[in-house]
Design a protein around this ligand. Structure first.
Ligand SMILES: [Zn+2]
Length: 396
């Protein structure tokens, strides 16, 4: 049992408080017993003398980091989970990239392997990820491609295919596909979306040239099958909001139930565009990294999905200049959100509470009694001091 004190981001606001936990949070004691005047709308960074304590970050879209990539297999998954844990990520979905199908299936198996190792380690009372590579909890995979529009690849390699019944069944047989990015205009998209939704996979629209009507039609099919709708890296690699054609972006912003990911590295999306999306979708918009192997490494030549990538100036690009994932970490995304004018409590929610709700993870995403003790302890400047996964220190 351990108690930490500081400025705590709680579901009902930012307070000076003490948090007591073992594997789970067992008590939250607000100091002085009353709010310190900083409600949910306030930014109170540095208000107290102690650290800032936030719920652990949840990244639903992360290809790699620290030199490792989901496509490397189980060792890569464990290494990227350990890398991002140092930046506050306590739960993640390692994300595949469009590739020849065999490579994609092999990567899903790698994710399954790490999940099995983590489950065994947790049962044995060891740190998540095993003693060798303590990282955040891997709760599934994000299958990004190959079920995307070949004319809206972004930095995905040109191996897009139709989501036929056989391929969807094979993907689901891995048992780990928690989110699938799909272009709703594909011929087999509606049937595939129904199958994924019925299996509990979140259907996230992206890498798409769909009209708003096409997006809405497949979103309705997802919901009719009991599913949850998302949008993959909102604004990037999708049809934009126009006055007469709302595009995928328009549907994402107008649909109150739909979740949406956003890459807040300030290369993919302007800070004001983020603010506009946040104003439209607070409580449904969540921040992701979309980070690649080059994240956390020295700038220079790297790789994504078998393609040469150049990391420079805080961005990663293909040789033709196309942004290729990011070198973003979620602690930086939090700082960018706060610097753009979003209150700390709301920014924190976009990194924890919202993605937890999106994935249906009821045991995490906020600092509350009974929740998993997934915590990020930061300085008043929001630099990571320590990261705790299920009560155990994994970084700091
Ligand atoms: Zn991606």
């Amino acid at each position: 049992m351990r108690t930490i004190r500081g400025t705590v981001v709680l579901p009902d606001g930012v307070r000076e408080a003490a948090v007591t936990f073992d594997r789970f949070i067992v008590a939250v004691q607000v100091e002085g017993g009353a709010p310190d005047g900083t409600g949910p709308g306030a930014t109170s960074v540095g208000a107290g003398a102690g650290p800032v304590i936030l719920p652990g970050f949840i990244d639903t879209h992360v290809h790699g980091g620290g030199g490792a990539d989901t496509m490397d297999g189980a060792a890569g998954v464990a290494a990227l989970a350990a890398f991002h844990a140092r930046h506050g990520v306590t739960t993640l979905l390692p994300t595949t990239i469009t590739n020849p199908w065999g490579n994609v299936v092999a990567a899903l198996r790698g994710v399954a392997e790490v999940m099995a190792e983590q489950a065994a380690a947790e049962a044995a009372g060891e740190p998540a990820g095993g003693a060798a590579a303590a990282g955040g909890a891997v709760v599934g995979a994000h299958l990004e491609g190959p079920f995307i529009n070949p004319h809206r690849l972004g930095a995905q390699p040109p191996h897009a295919v139709e989501p036929t019944e056989g391929l969807v069944a094979e993907a689901l047989a891995s048992g780990v596909v928690r989110v699938v990015t799909m272009a709703p205009e594909l011929e087999h998209a509606t049937t595939a979306a129904r199958t994924f939704a019925a299996a509990g996979t979140r259907v996230s629209f992206g890498h798409t040239n769909a009209t708003a009507a096409q997006v809405i039609a497949v979103a309705e099919a997802v919901r009719a099958s009991g599913g949850t709708v998302g949008f993959t890296h909102l604004f990037n690699a999708m049809t934009q909001l126009g006055s007469r054609e709302p595009g995928a972006v328009g549907v994402a912003l107008a649909d109150p139930e739909a979740f949406a990911e956003l890459i807040l590295d300030l290369h993919h999306v302007h800070a004001t565009t983020f603010r506009a999306a946040h104003a439209a979708k607070e409580g449904r918009l969540h921040l992701i990294t979309d980070a690649i192997r080059a994240c956390g490494m020295a700038e220079g030549v790297s790789e994504l999905g078998g393609q040469k990538v150049m990391a420079r100036g805080g961005a990663a690009r293909l040789e033709d200049g196309t942004l290729a994932g990011s070198v973003l970490t979620l602690d930086r995304a939090l700082r960018n959100a706060v610097a753009s004018g979003v209150a700390l409590a709301a920014a924190s929610r976009a990194l924890s509470g919202v993605p937890a709700a999106y994935l249906g993870l009821r045991d995490r995403g906020s600092i509350a009694v009974g929740a998993r003790a997934d915590l990020v302890i930061m300085s008043p400047e929001l630099d990571v001091l320590e990261v705790i996964v299920a009560g155990r220190r994994v970084a700091g």
